[in-house]
Write a protein that binds this ligand. Structure first.
Ligand code: GLY
Length: 470
């Protein structure tokens, strides 16, 4: 296992369940991963997860049957290529295939070239000044992003400002572009996309290079605080289920989303001239303009979506083996009917100031948490001299299975058992927002179905309400 967070902890436990001996390459001593490694007779080895030489050294020392790469950075730096060159089956796409996540422009160009449904309109610019003059001329709301992946940083939404507010619009555009440019750091590649709204969801596919299976849907709670306010984070919670869906996505939308993710994955293979072996996650939105729509793709599993999904797929470790050896066609995922809820604990300061959120001690009573029926995945936290010390990002992910409201409440009881002399925060509303998501989905669904029925899907024309329900 390459990687060190809560996603890797969840996947490593699934490998342990498949009776694997687990070796982990991690940049700090994640206590959950260290525990899995120790109990399976493996080892947690400290080192840079993007270092090709370190990866080679470990492969030669341990001779594993398969390697699973958790996060995106090792994929972007070619760790998957290195593992393959050493003759070892690997779950995680090659550097070229991982461009589906690494380059937003490459991803959008691919979707338009292969006419994949759910593709947003976009323009790319090589310089900030070109982007600024374009942005000032358009009506409607847009999203401005760095064209290359920078950990979700620098994404700015510019909401439509009326012509009579043109001075405000100029100021807003300039400050937004300045923020994006502070991240782009001289490369000056900017992507401008149409802004869409609607409930979001994540659909993961697992591919062995010829067969594809889908994991149950999940939803990520992106913003730092309850009611979806505060800065965007890597995700402060997630939900999954029941069965393979979510309550606010209907079966035809699930099927359409599968078609989008699958055809995108096969198009990546055509474009990269390589087989795609590993996970691809469609971060989707049910929008009034397009129906199921792609916001971004992951070339790996989402975090904290993984913590909601993996405990629900009882033979997850076996699926990884089948995928690594090209036998995914034989796979029969065993998926729990029950939903899951995941809440993330993070130290105050996250995601704005790593300096503030690093170096704090926490304590937790794992046994008491397990007695309440929850499990803990350790994230950005290191075991140092017998103490748990925060590493600056999301610290713990606590998972409960069961009805959304009950699971959410059970996790609250567990959270009260986590102690720290430094403030930790979490979202209490994870699992409690289904009615609001259903309301948003109903609005999107009525509009996109109306557009679809009169051949105007994707058009920006005004929607005229029809029927008695409006
Ligand atoms: N949940 C967001 C991510 O994995 O990037």
């Amino acid at each position: 296992m390459v990687g060190e967070g809560a996603r890797e902890h969840a996947i490593a436990e699934a490998l342990a369940g498949a009776e694997d001996r687990v070796y982990v390459l991690a940049s700090y001593r994640n206590p959950g991963l260290a525990n899995v490694a120790e109990h399976t007779g493996g080892q947690l080895i400290l080192g840079s997860i993007t270092s090709q030489s370190k990866v080679k050294e470990i492969l030669r020392g341990t001779n594993p049957d398969i390697v699973v790469i958790g996060p995106e950075d090792p994929l972007f730096s070619g760790v998957s290529n290195t593992v393959k060159e050493e003759g070892i089956p690997v779950i995680g796409p090659s550097q070229r295939c991982a461009m589906i996540e690494g380059s937003k422009v490459w991803m959008r160009e691919l979707m338009w070239k292969y006419k994949i449904p759910g593709r947003l309109r976009y323009r790319k610019f090589d310089s900030l000044s070109e982007a600024a003059s374009f942005v000032r001329t358009i009506q409607g709301s847009i999203v401005v992003k760095p064209a290359e992946q920078v950990g979700g940083k620098g994404v700015k939404v510019i909401t439509d400002l009326q012509a009579y507010l043109s001075d405000d619009k100029k100021t807003s555009v300039s400050s937004s572009l300045e923020e994006v440019s502070s991240v782009v750091k001289g490369k000056e590649k900017i992507l401008v996309e149409e802004k869409v709204e609607g409930p979001e969801y994540t659909l993961h596919a697992l591919s062995d290079g010829s067969s594809t299976i889908f994991l149950p849907l999940a939803q990520d709670y992106k913003h730092a605080f309850d009611y979806g306010v505060g800065p965007e984070t890597g995700g402060m919670g997630s939900i999954s289920g029941p069965n393979d869906g979510l309550p606010f996505i209907d079966s035809s939308e699930l099927e359409a989303s599968k078609e989008i993710v699958k055809s995108s994955l096969r198009s990546v293979e055509l474009e990269a001239h390589e087989r795609y072996v590993g996970f691809m996650g469609g971060q989707m939105m049910l929008t009034p303009i397009w129906g199921p729509t792609v916001i971004e793709f992951y070339s790996r599993m989402g975090d904290p979506e993984t913590a909601a999904i993996v405990p629900r797929v009882h033979n997850f470790g076996d699926l990884l083996h089948l995928a690594a050896f090209g036998s995914l066609g034989k796979a029969k995922p065993e998926i729990s009917q029950l939903p899951t809820v995941v809440k993330v604990l993070a130290p105050r300061g996250y995601p704005i100031s790593r300096a503030m959120s690093t170096g704090h001690k926490i304590e937790l009573d794992l046994r008491a948490i397990q007695e309440i029926g929850c499990r803990v995945y350790f994230g950005s936290i290191s075991l140092e001299g017998g103490q748990l010390i925060t590493q600056g990002s999301r610290t713990l992910e606590i998972v409960a299975e069961g009805d959304f409201v009950d699971a959410s409440m059970r996790i609250e009881r567990c959270i009260s058992m986590v102690k720290s002399d430094y403030p930790l925060f979490h979202r209490s509303d994870v699992g409690l927002t289904i009615p609001e998501q259903e309301r948003l989905a109903t609005i999107s669904r009525r509009i996109y179905k109306f557009k679809s029925s009169n051949g105007t899907l994707g058009s920006l024309s005004e929607f005229i309400p029809q029927g008695d329900n409006w």
